[in-house]
Ligand binder design. Structure first.
Ligand code: B12
Ligand code: NAG
Ligand code: NAG
Ligand code: NAG
Ligand code: NAG
Ligand code: NAG
Ligand code: NAG
Ligand code: NAG
Ligand code: NAG
Ligand code: NAG
Ligand code: NAG
Length: 431
């Protein structure tokens, strides 16, 4: 008994002995390296809510002074808020609050005019209620629950610390997709837990010592799991989770040592991906940008503008993007399969340079009964919601997984460019 009480204390002691100068923030030295990201964000059309909030949040944190784009994004968000807060998922609303409230922007008043904090408190409650009635499955996912807690914590919303402690245990299945730890989800949870910890300590009311210790232990374990996903090339998880993992590690320097993470190496890997055009959709660019400038989502409620004056980046005339379309539209063929319990396959021919979606559309024309599908536009592009009339469901943790040669893809059907002779599959899966 005695020992089990003392173990966590020993853990705490060890943390406090690690020198706190070990602040691992690193950022780009050449501002031009982030130009591909800025161009992607600036030259986009913006019609989807989440992407808009994500981009605004990112530009504010980066201190980008582009009033025309800013006004356009704010208009779009205001429209979304006016016409249907009830249609937004909890995480979408949380992102809107973070974006509007970032860096003391004048638009912060919109949060209060439309009582968005209240709305988010309710949506967070609904997530919890769904977990209670649906086998611990939230309405959305833990990435969004983390965004909820983060926004409520940063903007003085009401949430229960006990609930956070009950739900955010790193062993909770909602951190995992098909037994794989989700780096994006873990990173967002680390940011949320860090905020909760800060506000408990700042409030100086006698916080439940047990809660504080659990929050510390959760964070320690999440940081370990994130670092265990570090690849030899320096990326953490994959290309698209690395920026968020960096944010989590920036606020966790007490939880790892120099031998465990080399920030410069990770930064270099991300810049390499940037130069290769990997972040070519606005949300991908928006999610990775803050980390490259040494910023985290916890910086949104700093009083001053997020990036100090001299560091501001002026973007006036975006460089024109030259899209080189493939010269020859020579046809290629792929083996496309739908796998439920049985596998249905077809040899599908599409023009060279086509994306996965084109293959699915072509297959649907070949045989509607077995290859029909539906999709939903989302901030990352089209999301496949059903195939052969079988619908994905958050309550059942089912989805349509995309694979190539039996390996899961790290892009969606609207982005992934297919290759001649490839074995493509959409598989009915649980996560
Ligand atoms: C939760 C999640 C899922 C859940 C979604 C269901 C649920 N329970 O919510 C599950 C596990 C099913 C899932 C599936 C996939 N996902 Co996912 N997912 C996420 C995650 C962690 C959070 C999304 C979220 O809620 N965002 C916050 C809300 C407010 O934004 P939102 O836009 O409204 O969120 C919705 C969309 O993001 C959508 N969605 C989730 N994943 C994907 C992927 C694609 C390509 C699209 C178009 C939409 C989409 O579901 C969200 C909830 O409705 C993100 C991480 C991240 N960094 O964004 C990865 C992420 C978006 N997913 C990713 C991928 C690759 C996929 C898959 C293609 C994997 C695969 N090989 O099958 C599939 C989608 C296949 C399909 N049917 O079209 C990548 C996208 C990268 C890219 N460049 O396109 C991300 C960034 C993770 C990563 N680091 O690789 N995902
Ligand atoms: C805050 O939420 C708790 C439960 O989560 C509730 O008991 C309390 O009344 C709420 N306080 C306010 C001011 O809304
Ligand atoms: C909480 O704050 C204390 C004091 O600043 C710090 O030592 C501890 O590591 C923090 N814990 C988390 C989870 O951020
Ligand atoms: C740093 O990490 C390594 C590898 O995990 C470990 O062996 C070492 O004891 C750690 N050092 C400190 C000071 O925590
Ligand atoms: C990016 O990384 C790849 C593979 O590691 C390497 O071949 C390439 O030269 C790198 N590109 C740049 C611009 O550093
Ligand atoms: C931030 O600014 C507000 C109003 O401008 C002020 O009331 C508050 O004390 C400031 N907070 C900090 C931490 O400086
Ligand atoms: C950015 O533009 C503003 C206004 O046009 C100007 O005052 C400022 O010096 C510029 N900053 C940089 C870094 O060029
Ligand atoms: C296409 O893929 C399916 C499923 O992997 C396989 O059974 C079939 O033999 C493949 N067809 C061809 C022509 O390679
Ligand atoms: C797949 O097969 C299993 C076992 O026969 C069955 O329980 C399940 O309902 C089937 N799933 C679908 C989607 O047809
Ligand atoms: C698929 O169809 C194309 C065009 O008809 C043909 O050239 C190719 O050999 C076929 N592939 C297979 C594996 O049957
Ligand atoms: C579609 O595939 C199913 C199952 O293989 C088959 O029974 C049906 O005849 C096909 N329809 C067409 C139009 O080829």
């Amino acid at each position: 008994m005695r020992q089990s009480h003392q173990l966590p204390l020993v853990g705490l002691l060890v943390f406090s002995l690690i020198p706190s100068q070990l602040c691992e923030i690193c950022e780009v030295s050449e501002k031009k390296d982030i130009n591909p990201l800025l161009n992607t964000m600036i030259n986009s059309k913006y019609t989807r809510g989440t992407s808009v909030a994500n981009v605004l949040l990112s530009l504010e944190l980066a201190g980008i002074q582009n009033q025309i784009l800013r006004q356009k994004l704010i208009e779009e968000i205001t429209y979304n808020v006016k016409t249907g807060v009830s249609d937004l998922s909890s995480g979408e609303l949380a992102l809107i609050i973070l974006a509007l409230g970032a860096c003391r922007s004048p638009e912060e008043t919109l949060i209060y005019d439309y009582q968005l904090i209240n709305e988010l408190e309710n949506k967070f409650q609904e997530e919890i209620k769904n977990m209670e009635t649906h086998n611990d499955n939230p309405l959305t996912n833990y990435y969004q629950l983390s965004l909820d807690v983060l926004a409520l914590c940063l903007f003085d919303g009401n949430y229960s610390t006990a609930e956070v402690v009950r739900r955010f245990n790193p062993e909770n299945k909602n951190y995992y997709f098909g037994s794989q730890f989700s780096v994006d989800t873990g990173a967002m949870a680390v940011l949320a837990l860090t905020c909760v910890n800060r506000s408990l300590i700042n409030a100086q009311v006698k916080a439940d010592g047990g809660d504080l210790m659990k929050i510390n232990n959760y964070k320690k374990s999440l940081v370990e799991k994130i670092l265990s996903k570090k690849e030899r090339n320096g990326l953490i998880g994959n290309t698209f989770s690395t920026g968020e993992a960096m944010q989590a590690l920036f606020v966790s320097s007490d939880y790892y040592n120099e031998t465990e993470w080399n920030c410069q190496e990770t930064l270099k890997a991300v810049l390499n991906k940037t130069s290769e055009g990997a972040f070519s959709i606005p949300i991908a660019a928006a999610q990775v940008l803050p980390a490259l400038l040494g910023k985290t989502y916890l910086d949104v409620n700093k009083n001053s503008s997020c990036v100090s004056g001299s560091g501001n980046i002026n973007i006036s005339t975006p460089e024109p993007v030259t899209v080189t379309l493939p010269e020859s539209q020579s046809p290629i063929s792929v083996n496309y399969s739908v796998r439920i319990n049985e596998t249905y396959s077809a040899n599908v021919t599409v023009p060279d340079g086509s994306v996965f979606l084109a293959v699915m559309e072509k297959a649907q024309k070949i045989n509607h009964t077995i290859f029909c599908f539906t999709m939903e536009e989302s901030s990352w592009g089209p999301y496949i919601t059903s195939v052969q009339g079988l619908w994905a469901s958050n309550n059942d943790r089912t989805y349509w997984e995309l694979l190539s040669g039996g390996k899961p893809l790290s892009q969606g059907v609207g982005s992934y460019v297919v290759h001649n002779g490839e074995n493509l599959e959409v598989r009915w899966s649980t996560y």
